[in-house]
Design a protein around this ligand. Structure first.
Ligand code: F6R
Length: 616
């Protein structure tokens, strides 16, 4: 949420900053703005709306040349998405420019204090106070900008990444981080700050993770990192494992289409190196000991949105393979309901971005209560894996489209790897049983590829139902979270009313929603896997058809039993029951993407949304 870029070096800062913002725009697109330090002044340009609006403004009203600059794309929290509330915010004397991501919780008190001192604030944001405070603190000791920033940070509560430039310090960019993401890119004669490595991957793959409550001072020839009190701190350098082309559209019209197509590779990469020649699992970064894993008597999965759906699927596999009771909870609910936690509970936090505030806060709470936290995450250098006791990375590569696709599939795969690893360590399964399941997983990239070859029919269906007032999705067992995921994709991309239900639950109320012609997407379990489930869902299909619904049935190749009940069939390759979500979700992603396209929506940047939700 909110994309932040800072640069100091030899290049034209504006070019670097704007290209970084372009790569970060998925984090927020309510407004965009830049500031450069030039000729002893701060020069800013900012504009409501997407980055293209700012680029238009920069074309009409260019900025002077400068090698030091900052930029911001906003997802609005405090104040409407207009020009005045766009960042950077500038101090009253015009000499400090600040960009901010997060929420400064004590901003009202600080704002009142500033107003009482005669400061005029020009925006409704919480962020603007930081610019005025830095200016006031600097007045105490005009030679030391960094000390002024430190003192301001000590006064702020809540979540903030701040990046600051000052007219009197032309070769300096100062960043500060509490609870909101900020990563350093280390170049040669130039250095970068950004919410996410995507912003600077074009220039360097050498990065440094910033920890909690750290201040970074960026100069051309070096980076200095301290805590909020000026003490040097331990930092973790890392090398980004993907290159700039991974964050490009690569010939696709949409990032989402590219990311859907990348799913076979994403799944294969997530499995890579984690399966030994004996078919057993070897998990990198599994820093929890076998003894600790044997002690676990309960698992709690916490996540949000799509990641939560992957956790729901994981529950079926974990309980089936390990017999460890598993709960799945929305992180935002878990944190505030006084959950029962102790050292024998393993908390699995799933997050593509590694920065989702609800998940981060829930995970911190679990850690404070003594539970062990394992993170499943897609983003190197992010907070959630850094703060977890152990981490398992998904190797989906950068996910730029706001709607999550490839991250979802890899989250399911990573959860399965954890489940099998637990079964292996705890002796719940024989080695050959584990090897059999691992082989099934290894077959999945090929099967997902087959689904991708047959999406034309799905697109046609989407066009046919573009005017439907509502779409319902039903499934049983692991098909239920798949149904929820299908509905979420449709809501966020096509802005249509869509709901996912456990198919058996429909008759307990939601069936009243059915009207003549309403499309109902049914995720049908394999008739070979859990036969009883198949029979039950066939009955559910009949129930909805009897009420005039049009059924779109997702069924495996060779399942002829559903044919008489389906108005439309989408075929997916036959796979074991627990593997089915990896194929059944893909047509639903394509369905939502196509419907959104038909309706003329911005698929990669749906309205009101942002990727990486770094506020609670
Ligand atoms: C939906 C979507 C969101 C995210 C959720 C969690 O397509 O992308 O629901 O899944 O905000 O985000 P992460 O996984 O980054 O914690």
């Amino acid at each position: 949420m909110c994309g932040i870029v800072g640069y100091v070096g030899e290049k034209q800062a504006l070019e670097v900053v704007v290209s970084g913002l372009r790569r970060l725009e998925y984090r927020g697109y309510d407004s965009a703005g830049v500031a450069v330090v030039a000729d002893g002044t701060i020069q800013t340009r900012k504009k409501a709306g997407k980055l293209a609006n700012l680029e238009g403004l920069l074309g009409d009203d260019p900025l002077p040349q400068s090698t030091t600059g900052i930029g911001h794309t906003r997802w609005a929290t405090h104040g409407a998405p207009n020009d005045a509330n766009a960042h950077p915010h500038v101090s009253g004397d015009g000499r400090v420019a600040v960009i901010h991501n997060g929420i400064i919780e004590n901003f009202a008190v600080l704002r009142a204090e500033l107003e009482a001192a005669g400061v005029t604030l020009l925006s409704e944001t919480d962020s603007e106070v930081a610019a005025h405070l830095v200016s006031a603190e600097l007045a105490q000791d005009p030679a030391d900008l960094v000390a002024a920033v430190r003192r301001v940070c000590q006064r702020l509560t809540g979540a903030f990444t701040l990046v600051i430039v000052h007219a009197d310090f032309p070769d300096l960019v100062v960043g500060a981080r509490r609870n909101s993401p900020l990563v350093v890119g280390v170049g040669d004669g130039e250095n970068f700050l950004a919410s996410d490595v995507a912003a600077f991957i074009e220039y360097t793959r050498d990065a440094i993770e910033l920890g909690q409550d750290q201040i970074v001072v960026l100069r051309r020839d070096g980076v200095e990192i301290t805590d909020f009190f000026g003490e040097p701190t331990q930092v973790t350098p890392f090398t980004v494992t993907w290159d700039a082309s991974a964050a490009e559209k690569g010939g696709y019209d949409l990032f989402m289409l590219k990311e859907i197509a990348e799913q076979p590779k994403a799944v294969a990469d997530t499995l890579l190196g984690r399966i030994g020649s004996d078919g057993l699992l070897q998990l990198d970064n599994m820093t929890l000991s076998d003894h600790e894993l044997r002690e676990i008597d309960k698992i709690v999965i916490i996540a949000c949105g799509t990641a939560y759906h992957s956790g729901m699927i994981a529950k079926y596999a974990i309980e089936h393979w390990t017999r460890i009771p598993t709960e799945v909870e929305l992180a935002s609910e878990f944190r505030y309901r006084d959950p029962i936690l102790n050292s024998r509970i393993l908390v699995i936090a799933i997050s593509q971005s590694g920065e989702t505030m609800d998940t981060l806060m829930a995970m911190r709470y679990a850690r404070e209560q003594g539970s062990k936290v394992l993170a499943i995450c897609n983003t190197q250098g992010s907070t959630i894996p850094r703060e977890a006791a152990a981490a398992l990375y998904t190797y989906a590569g950068p996910e730029i489209a706001v709607a999550s696709t490839k991250a979802f599939l890899t989250q399911v795969v990573a959860c399965y790897l954890v489940a099998l690893y637990l079964a292996q360590v705890r002796g719940n399964k024989y080695g050959d049983e584990i090897a059999t399941i691992v082989n099934e997983l290894a077959d999945m990239p090929g099967k997902v590829d087959l689904v991708l070859d047959t999406t034309e029919g799905v697109r046609e269906l989407a066009q046919e139902f573009a005017d439907a007032p509502s779409v319902l999705f039903i499934g049983r067992h692991v098909g239920f979270p798949v149904a929820l995921e299908g509905a979420l994709k449709l809501k966020e991309l096509a802005y249509m009313h869509a709901e996912g239900f456990a198919a058996g639950e429909l008759k307990h109320g939601p069936i009243a929603l059915l009207e003549e012609g309403i499309p109902v997407v049914v995720v049908v379990p394999s008739p070979r896997g859990r036969g009883l489930l198949h029979e039950k869902i066939v009955s559910n299909i009949q129930e909805v058809r009897a009420r005039g619904a049009k059924t779109i049935v997702i069924a495996e190749e060779g399942d002829e039993l559903v044919v008489p009940y389906a108005d439309h069939i989408i075929r997916v390759p036959a796979c074991p029951t627990l593997m089915q979500p990896l194929v059944a979700t893909v047509p639903l992603q394509v369905f939502a993407c196509e419907l959104a396209t038909v309706k003329g929506h911005d698929v990669d940047q749906p309205r009101n949304l942002a990727k990486s939700v770094t506020v609670e």
